[in-house]
Write a protein that binds this ligand. Structure first.
Ligand code: ZN
Length: 349
């Protein structure tokens, strides 16, 4: 039997952040709360909107690069030196900050390093109480099981019921801070999650969630931005991922690219999708139309300069994503989606 979990509690609507104080009151028990905030908010006065108390720890998280295992390990170690048993962790930001908060929460109660838990259902104990507050929507990190990051060998997530937030606060007031150029890539991330889930062999609940999310995304992408709708589409897309039996091809290929070249996630999935026209012949037409509408020109010849050794690392990283690839190609996936095939796709990017 498969038993699917979604985020147990969500607060939604403009001003819902005000409810965080009450949520934390029942958890504090005299301990500190860790606030991890996107460094975009430095000197923007966002702390005034948060119920930060004297003994709490506020850490601004750098989002210039994709999250890395060493950074996650360092954060967990630093928190342990400052506080023996924090009551809760708040991750406020985009996918990067939320994923880091999820992973640090796990490392505060489980032994070892972040990379020990890259994969599916490897975490033994629940992390500390964690709250997600998205300020950029699209990645679905607020409602998915995944906390994704790069370690020396692979870009892969912690995927577990324990790596899911215990509470999320969906307050569209924070989304208004998103610059337009960032919006299109996070929006495309959500759009592509939905496409992949609908193409994969997934249960009807997952497909219904992905269908609704995709419907809203199409509305936004064709009729113009609506922050609240984007927030809903991203949340539903994350719920779809959380209940999915597996993803598809586009994300695994993007992970190979990001691992070696450090390509940001939103751009990486777009580059990956554009090289997979053979696998998504219908979907690619709409994808190209959207990029054209937003005047986005994807960079070309991205992998032209990579060495044979780098290409090998990329392909190996792609093939580590067994679950989505099995979902896309069936049990014989390794015979169909061979390393040579992967390299051929990567060379096209
Ligand atoms: Zn994604």
């Amino acid at each position: 039997m498969k038993n699917y979990k979604n985020v147990p509690f969500y607060a939604f609507g403009e001003g819902s952040i005000d409810g965080l104080k009450e949520i934390l009151e029942s958890k504090r028990n005299g301990s500190s709360v860790i606030f991890m905030i996107d460094d975009f908010f430095i000197d923007k006065g966002v702390e005034k909107k948060l119920p930060i108390e004297k003994k709490d720890i506020v850490i601004f998280i750098s989002t210039k690069t994709e999250p890395h295992s060493e950074y996650i390990d360092e954060l967990a170690a630093e928190i342990k030196t400052q506080c023996s048993s924090p009551a809760a962790i708040i991750g406020m930001g985009g996918g990067t900050v939320m994923d880091i908060a999820k992973c640090v929460s796990i490392l505060l109660t489980n032994p070892g390093k972040a990379e020990d838990y890259q994969g599916w259902d490897l975490i033994k104990k629940p992390g500390i109480f964690k709250v997600g507050v998205p300020t950029i929507s699209g990645t679905g990190a607020e409602s998915s099981r995944t906390g994704i990051f790069t370690s020396p060998k692979v870009k892969l997530g912690m995927n577990s019921d324990y790596s899911m937030f215990d509470q999320i606060i969906l307050d569209p007031q924070f989304l208004k801070t998103v610059p337009t150029d960032k919006f299109i890539f996070t929006a495309m991330d959500c759009y592509l999650h939905d496409i992949e889930l609908l193409r994969g062999d997934n249960n009807k609940i997952t497909k219904s969630l992905a269908e609704e999310s995709l419907k809203i995304m199409r509305e936004i992408l064709l009729n113009g931005m609506d922050y609240e709708k984007l927030m809903i589409a991203s949340y539903l897309g994350g719920c779809a991922m959380a209940t999915a039996d597996g993803g598809h091809i586009c994300h695994p290929v993007s992970y190979g690219l990001s691992l070696v070249l450090g390509t940001r996630h939103g751009l990486s999935v777009c580059l990956s999708f554009s090289s997979l026209a053979d696998y998504y012949p219908e979907e690619i037409k709409e994808f190209n139309k959207i990029l054209e509408k937003f005047k986005v020109k994807l960079p070309k010849n991205v992998t032209k300069g990579v060495t044979e050794e780098q290409l090998e690392r990329m392909a190996e990283a792609v093939l580590k994503n067994e679950k989505p690839l099995r979902n896309a190609f069936g049990d014989n996936w390794q015979k169909i989606f061979t390393k040579e095939k992967v390299k051929e796709i990567l060379r096209k990017i």
